[in-house]
Design a protein around this ligand. Structure first.
Ligand SMILES: [Zn+2]
Length: 57
């Protein structure tokens, strides 16, 4: 069984998607974890939204 989430990620266990980029960032960003405004987080989350929109069309 594949481990879906590992702390020490030497090799990517999951495909690199906008959502995984956002999770990677949020994991180390105290602003995002406390729901503060964060330019990097906003940019990544915008990519997630655009990917989600593209997926339903
Ligand atoms: Zn952030």
């Amino acid at each position: 069984m594949k481990r879906f989430w590992t702390k020490a990620r030497r090799e990517p266990a999951i495909p690199r998607t906008p959502w995984s980029w956002f999770l990677d960032h949020a994991e180390v960003c105290s602003d995002c974890r406390t729901s503060q405004r964060c330019p990097d987080g906003e940019r990544l989350h915008d990519a997630v939204r655009r990917a989600a929109r593209a997926a339903v069309q």
